[in-house]
Design a protein around this ligand. Structure first.
Ligand SMILES: [Zn+2]
Length: 392
């Protein structure tokens, strides 16, 4: 059953107010250990409901292969890669089901699982623009994954607990028109992955784009730090210091993953992000992917900076949270054994993620910041049955 929050009724859609699996790493064997989408042995209890503040997931991906006329695109090389089937499994679908029922099946399954969450009220679902060639057209040869805005806007209208996160490559000749269209279609933010989409956020040619973003009041959620989910990437383009051009234009920027891995200019990316957070009040960062097996300790490293908690935002990087890469068992030593066992038994991927992050020190303030930033009203979670699996 799909539960739909009445969230969109409150959104200021006409005001213009209205990311990753990034870095999945190379750890497919870890995924085998703990299932992302268990469905059996569900029992009541265990997860406390928090309805004092609304938790919005600002960083949720979907997938599509073009089935049902969605316009989505996965490159032949990515489709041959083991990650393709791995992602589909984390989304709870098979290729056969998508081919028969269309790409909307993935968004329906996502909406259903958000609806079942006792913690998260809604998720911002992210479009993914592609690489643009010298003439400004979509370069299918260099684009590995394409999820068009129009498809996502339609899906988010259909499934109200999914909120539209648009994506526009700023090198498109009609980038400003695309931005206006996305805003008119209810986009809550704009998502970039420059190291994959092939542009430099510090490029001065992007200034008019930043000015329009600022006028529309759309935050820019952009990947920072290394990226390893795709077969080709330029990690220098995800250097936090490249965000100064947008910040100087007054854009609200969200550094995805807190720049928590990789280096640029001989420095850790996080060390490059921290001074920026201190000097730009319009800069935020999301905590998605920070519990990933190959980023252990990163979340605590960020949380130590308590003065920044008001600028940290909750994101899941779904489908990452439905894979074994974020298993609570990797946090043994940071959480007690009994707590890891309790967390690992939580079936719903968002509930498991929120509870794990709480156990690692994420505060209610941080969990509530996203809804406030997007001007969403508090959404009380209805009392719903929770679920935990049997012992893992
Ligand atoms: Zn992401």
């Amino acid at each position: 059953m799909i539960y739909c929050h009445p969230i969109t009724a409150h959104l200021p859609r006409d005001s213009g107010l209205l990311s990753s699996m990034d870095d999945l790493g190379t750890l497919p064997e870890m995924e085998a250990a703990s299932a992302g989408i268990p469905v059996a042995n569900e029992t009541e209890g265990a997860v406390p409901v928090k309805d004092a503040s609304t938790i919005i997931d600002l960083h949720c991906h979907t997938a599509g292969i073009g089935a049902g006329g969605s316009g989505c695109f996965v490159s032949p090389s990515l489709r041959r890669n083991y990650r393709y089937r791995w992602f589909l499994r984390a989304f709870g679908v098979t290729e056969g089901e998508i081919l028969r029922q269309g790409d909307g099946l993935v968004t329906e399954r996502l909406s259903g699982r958000v609806g079942e969450s006792r913690q998260v009220a809604a998720a911002v679902l992210l479009a993914m623009d592609g690489v643009v060639d010298g003439r400004g057209a979509l370069d299918e040869g260099r684009t590995e994954l394409y999820i068009p805005n129009r498809f996502l806007a339609r899906e988010c209208r259909r499934l109200p607990n999914l909120l539209f996160g648009a994506s526009v490559n700023p090198l498109r000749p009609d980038a400003l028109d695309r931005l206006d269209e996305a805003a008119a279609d209810g986009a809550l933010l704009l998502k970039w992955l420059p190291s994959i989409q092939g542009f430099d956020p510090a490029d001065r040619r992007l200034v008019p784009f930043y000015r329009r973003l600022h006028e529309l009041g759309l935050p820019l959620l952009t990947h920072t730090g290394n990226e390893e989910s795709f077969t080709r990437t330029d990690n220098s383009l995800a250097d936090p210091l490249r965000l100064r051009t947008a910040l100087d234009e007054g854009v609200t920027v969200i550094a995805a993953h807190c720049a928590s891995n990789g280096r640029n200019g001989g420095q850790r990316n996080l060390e490059r992000l921290l001074p920026l957070l201190a000097s730009y009040p319009n800069l935020y960062a999301d905590i998605s992917a920070l519990t990933q097996a190959n980023r252990l300790g990163h979340l605590q490293r960020v949380l130590r900076h308590t003065e920044l908690h008001k600028r940290l935002l909750y994101g899941s990087d779904m489908p990452l949270i439905a894979t074994g890469l974020t298993s609570p068992w990797f946090q043994l030593g940071r959480v007690p054994f009994a707590e890891a066992r309790r967390l690992a038994a939580i079936v719903n991927p968002w509930d498991r993620d929120v509870e794990l992050k709480r156990a690692l020190g994420v505060t209610e303030e941080i969990l509530g910041n996203g809804g406030r930033l997007l001007h969403l009203p508090p959404i009380p979670l209805p009392s719903k049955g929770s679920e935990t699996a049997g012992m893992p």
